[in-house]
Design a protein around this ligand. Structure first.
Ligand SMILES: [Zn+2]
Length: 440
């Protein structure tokens, strides 16, 4: 096999150079350890051409455009993340993110971690709460061990001989994928390597090598770079079991390179903490299909009684922003007070009965309820503040993009102006308003 051509805008370190010299050694180890040599040897079907790779220092952008680029981020951190990136532009986009880099958020509430990783009957290891948690409570802010694109380019392009069978081609691709990840793995700290290898592998018998098998079993989609989805594998977060009624939700924060996991509803001490690996509003059959690569056959309440649940989730999936409708209703005192309130509270109950507090739809209905109560005037102030607090606690983990607090303030102002007449009616000054309206 040819040695890859190593190019870099800065001299590679001795350690990195030694790494490349070891690629033959890695290949040898791979073929011995994973016994796939017979299917992928050059004589049986393929050869490698055009390997290019760059090992760059943390904030250096390579001037050429390597197919694969390895970097540790952020620079100098003893809690750095190993990245496998496609091209220099992806690295530029990663490090030019606003406010990047920052340390992961560590509020006082996280001084003692509120969870432990323990054996869960029939599900391997899982995460369990070690204290009571309320909606919006932060459970962990964790950086990934390794980040890589969902659709990995291999270091070398695999060129097949005409007589290569489909199986040989698949095995060769797996082999090259494994080697490409292996190089990132070899750059990781020993304790991170050990944590990675301890994770569950649901792909022991489909030709995936161990590193790729573990990646496929444990990765979460994190963010896009240059239009490609990047995924990350975590030491603790990857231990959380899936549920279609999860009690926790997560957001990846680009500036801190950490995933924030927070309670979506009340979680009791000793209760298992769950998150979702699929589209929660998709029907049962679609969910099971998308869970298969994780080796999961879900038996949550929504999957057990999926006929009723599918109907409910379909209804919930049609939910859209009702802000324009709320403003119209608020401006018209002739419309009944409970016109929008009733459907909103019914939808909230439906979401809670389906265990969908971790969806954006739930926060949206809390938000609608807050606006509706605000339009109903002083007698509903407590309800308005109640829903505002619940919505704000869940929304505080929204990372980047729109500012929920600004939007909330803006919408509340619009509702307040629209509901001027309605609010006066609610406080007993309706006659004056009607009078003024008639005179005008
Ligand atoms: Zn399920």
């Amino acid at each position: 096999m040819d040695n890859p051509s190593t190019t870099s805008s800065t001299p590679v370190t001795d350690a990195e150079q030694a790494g490349w010299q070891e690629i033959e050694e890695i290949t040898r180890k791979l073929t011995e350890e994973f016994r796939i040599k017979d299917q992928t040897s050059k004589s049986r079907g393929y050869e490698i051409s055009g390997m290019t790779c760059v090992l760059s220092s943390a904030y250096e952008i390579p001037t050429d455009n390597p197919a694969v680029l390895y970097t540790s981020q952020p620079r100098g951190s003893d809690y750095a993340v190993e990245f496998l990136l496609h091209g220099a532009a992806a690295k530029r986009e990663l490090i030019e993110y606003p406010d990047y880099p920052q340390e992961p958020y560590r509020p006082s509430e996280l001084k003692e971690r509120p969870y432990s990783i323990v054996e869960i009957s029939g599900k391997g290891l899982g995460m369990v709460a070690t204290k009571d948690l309320a909606p919006g409570d932060l459970i962990v802010a964790e950086r990934p061990l390794l980040v890589a694109p969902r659709l990995l380019r291999t270091l070398g392009s695999v060129v097949f001989n005409d007589n290569a069978t489909k199986e040989q081609q698949e095995a060769a691709k797996s082999f090259e994928t494994e080697k490409t990840i292996r190089y990132a793995y070899d750059r990781m700290r020993p304790e991170d390597q050990a944590a990675y290898m301890k994770l569950h592998n649901a792909h022991l018998h489909d030709g995936s090598g161990p590193l790729f098998g573990i990646m496929r079993t444990n990765r979460y989609a994190l963010f896009d770079l240059q239009g490609e989805t990047y995924t990350g594998v975590f030491e603790d977060l990857s231990r959380i079991n899936h549920s279609c009624c999860p009690n926790a939700d997560r957001r990846f924060n680009r500036a801190t390179l950490s995933m924030q996991l927070f309670a979506a509803r009340n979680i009791k001490k000793g209760e298992q903490i769950t998150t979702s690996y699929c589209d929660l509003l998709a029907p049962y059959a679609t969910r099971q299909l998308s869970l298969a690569p994780y080796g999961i056959c879900c038996d949550c309440p929504a999957c057990l009684d999926h006929v009723e649940s599918d109907k409910n989730r379909l209804r919930i999936s049609h939910l859209q922003s009702a802000v324009p409708a709320i403003i119209k209703w608020a401006a018209n005192p002739a419309l009944p007070d409970d016109l929008l309130l009733r459907p909103s509270l019914t939808m909230l109950e439906l979401l809670e009965s389906e265990g969908l507090e971790a969806t954006r739809h739930y926060a949206q209905v809390l938000y609608h309820s807050m606006l509706i109560y605000s339009a109903l005037g002083e007698s509903s102030t407590n309800e308005c503040l109640h829903f505002m607090a619940r919505w704000a606690k869940l929304k505080r983990w929204d990372a980047g993009g729109s500012n929920p607090a600004e939007r909330g303030k803006h919408d509340l102002e619009k509702v307040e102006i629209a509901s001027f007449a309605r609010r006066l009616l609610a406080t007993g000054e309706g006659a004056a308003v009607v009078f003024v309206t008639e005179v005008n």
